[in-house]
Design a protein around this ligand. Sequence first.
Ligand SMILES: Cc1cc2nc3c(=O)[nH]c(=O)nc-3n(C[C@H](O)[C@H](O)[C@H](O)COP(=O)(O)O)c2cc1C
Length: 207
Amino acid sequence: MLELTPDELLSTTRAVRKRLDLERPVERDVLEDCLRLAQQAPTGSYLQTWHFIVVTDPDLRAGLAELWRRGCDSYLDRRSVDDVEGMMGRVLAGVFHLRDHLHEVPVHVLPCIRGRTDGASAFRQASVWGSIVPAAWSFMLAARSRGLGTVLTTFHLAHEQEAAELLGIPYDEVMQAALIPVAYSIGTEFKPGVRAPLDSFVHWDRW
Ligand SMILES: Cc1cc2nc3c(=O)[nH]c(=O)nc-3n(C[C@H](O)[C@H](O)[C@H](O)COP(=O)(O)O)c2cc1C
């Protein structure tokens, strides 16, 4: 376990793409500890309708990586890496690095939730997504505290149905929320992200 205060854990759990150790395996019991902690997250239904698919099989990871690449390529133009400067350019370079190496990342974790929200009201959307995303984030925090790097990604969801077929997920009943690549991070020092000042997005009493 890393020696991080709660504030350090919350401020240094970054999107890790380039610093994922592709050679070092991740132990199953470490992943299970993270998943048990994820289960402690809030959920809209006491029935806890979430499911986590932990993918380690190389062929399945290659299949998911291909779907992710297709989602990424239709969303982002690779040439934009050279055109964009500063932080956004660095993020894009990281995204394209992950695009090229995702199949090599030792573990892909897919948080899923029972029930689909296609075309649903904001109330239902919020209730369903709000029942899985906190658990996914808790998993990522628990992973970080154990020296693992993660990044929440959604590119493969452009081809969610194909991913469901690949993994045997009942698509009509279960929705995938993300694909989280998981590997030990190369080094464990991460800095807090650059964020806007509070007064640019916090509203007291009124908008
Ligand atoms: C809903 C959501 C979807 C995301 N989808 C992707 C994705 O498909 N691919 C990717 O590389 N990163 C994805 N990210 C990661 C963000 O790019 C990342 O959280 C953001 O750049 C902030 O990074 P930082 O916390 O290290 O500053 C996603 C994040 C969220 C919250």
